[in-house]
Design a protein around this ligand. Structure first.
Ligand SMILES: NC(=O)c1ccc[n+]([C@@H]2O[C@H](COP(=O)([O-])OP(=O)(O)OC[C@H]3O[C@@H](n4cnc5c(N)ncnc54)[C@H](OP(=O)(O)O)[C@@H]3O)[C@@H](O)[C@H]2O)c1
Length: 323
C-alpha cells in the first residue's frame, strides 16, 4: 500500500480508502451477512487499507464496529457522517450530536477520526457553517471528533458550488469530492485551494455506476454526441474509451478510472465500495499502479474536461456542459 498525509489533519492514510456505502454497502445490499461484510473489511485492512468511510444511512457502522473488535483502534482512520437536512427538515445541533453519539455506539469506539456533514447542498451551507459547525467544534474539544469535514452531493450539485463556498471557512479540515473521467470540474473548482490551505481530500465517484458498465458508457456518449457535447466519433463506437486500453496504458476501463482519479494532483484518498473480494483486490492493485500515460490524461481532459453531471447517478442522466 502507499500512504499519504490527509492535509493538515496530518493523519497518515492509505491512498485507497474503503467506502462502505455506495451501491454495494460491503455486499449487504446483495445478501451478504454482517459477519461476511466485516470479514471483507478485515481483508481490506490486510491489504494495507487504513481509511474506512461509513455513515448512518449506509447501515454499515455496526459492520465497521464488528471489524474494529479484531484490530487495534488506532490502526485505522474512521470517518462517519451526519445528515444536515432531510424530508424538508434541518437537523438541529442536538440531533447531529445525537447522531454522532449513536455512530460511536455502533462503531464501538469513543472517537471518530473524521466527522463529516453529509451531502450538504449549496442552499444548506450557511446553516451548516453557522449553526452546526460550532456544535461540531464543541464535540472536537470533548475528544469525540478528531477532525471536521464536509461531503458534497454531486448528484444535484454538478459544479462543486457548496465546496467552493466552504473553501473560505477554516473550520473544515477534510472535503469529500466527486470526480471522475467525465466529471473533472474539481480540478479547477476545488483542488487548487484545498492544496493551498491543506484541506484533506477524499475522492468519491471514481467508478460509481458508469465505469463498471461499458454499455452505459457507450449509451451516454451516444446521447452526448447527439447533443453536440462531445466529439461525434465518441457516439459512433461501442467502445468509446477503448483508446485507454493499450500496452503501457490501462488493462481495462475500471483500472483506467481508478488510476485517473488516484493521480489527480490534490487527491489524497480515493474511496471505492465493493461487496466482492476479487474487486477489492483488483481495485487496490489498480490504485497502486502509476499514472495513466500523459497522452491519455491529456486526451481525457480535452475530450471530457468541459462536462459535468455525467454518470453520477445510477438512474438519471442529466449531463451538462460548462463550456
Ligand atoms: N455524498 C457522500 O457523502 C457520498 C456519496 C456517495 C459515496 N460516498 C462514499 O464513497 C464511497 C464510494 O462510492 P461511489 O459512489 O464512488 O461508488 P462505489 O461504491 O465505489 O461504486 C462502485 C461500483 O462499481 C462496482 N465495482 C467496484 N469495483 C469493481 C470492479 N473491480 N469490477 C467491477 N465492478 C466494480 C461496485 O460493485 P461490486 O460490489 O460488484 O464490486 C459498485 O457498485 C462510498 O462507499 C461512500 O463511502 C459518499
Amino acid at each position: 500500500m502507499q500512504y499519504t498525509t490527509l492535509g493538515r489533519t496530518r493523519l497518515r492514510v492509505s491512498v485507497a480508502g474503503l467506502g462502505t456505502g455506495g451501491f454495494s454497502r460491503m455486499g449487504l445490499k446483495s445478501g451478504k451477512t454482517e459477519e461476511e461484510a466485516a470479514r471483507l473489511i478485515l481483508e481490506a485492512v490486510d491489504l494495507g487499507i487504513n481509511f474506512i468511510d461509513t455513515a448512518p444511512p449506509y447501515g454499515t457502522e455496526g459492520v465497521v464496529g464488528r471489524a474494529l473488535k479484531s484490530i487495534p483502534r488506532d490502526s485505522v482512520v474512521i470517518a462517519t457522517k451526519s445528515t444536515v437536512y432531510r424530508n424538508d427538515e434541518r437537523w438541529t445541533p442536538a440531533r447531529v450530536v445525537a447522531s454522532l453519539d449513536n455512530s460511536l455506539r455502533l462503531l464501538g469506539t469513543d472517537y471518530v477520526d473524521v466527522f463529516n456533514l453529509h451531502g450538504v447542498e449549496p442552499q444548506e451551507y450557511d446553516y451548516a457553517v453557522t449553526v452546526l459547525a460550532p456544535a461540531l467544534a464543541e464535540q472536537k474539544r470533548k475528544g469525540k471528533i478528531r477532525h471536521i469535514g464536509l461531503t458534497e452531493n454531486p448528484i444535484v450539485d454538478f459544479t462543486n458550488a457548496m465546496l467552493k463556498r466552504a473553501l473560505q471557512d477554516p473550520v473544515w479540515e477534510v472535503f469529500m469530492v466527486g470526480f471522475h473521467m467525465m466529471h473533472q470540474g474539481a480540478r479547477a473548482n476545488v483542488f487548487p485551494v484545498t492544496r493551498e490551505k491543506g484541506i484533506g481530500t477524499l475522492l468519491m465517484f471514481a467508478v460509481r455506476s458508469i465505469f463498471a458498465d461499458p454499455p452505459r458508457v457507450a449509451r451516454e456518449l451516444r446521447e452526448l454526441a447527439a447533443k453536440g457535447l462531445v466529439e461525434k466519433w465518441l457516439g459512433e463506437t461501442d467502445d468509446p474509451l477503448g483508446f485507454l486500453v493499450h500496452e503501457g496504458g490501462a488493462a481495462n476501463m475500471i483500472e483506467a478510472a481508478y488510476r485517473f482519479a488516484r493521480h489527480e494532483p490534490g487527491v489524497d484518498v480515493v474511496l471505492f465500495g465493493t461487496g466482492d473480494a476479487g474487486h477489492l483486490r483488483s481495485n487496490v492493485a489498480s490504485l497502486l499502479k502509476p499514472p495513466l500515460p500523459d497522452a491519455d490524461r491529456t486526451k481525457l481532459a480535452a475530450l471530457f474536461g468541459h462536462l459535468t453531471g455525467v454518470g453520477l447517478d445510477s438512474h438519471q442522466f442529466r449531463a451538462r456542459s460548462t463550456a
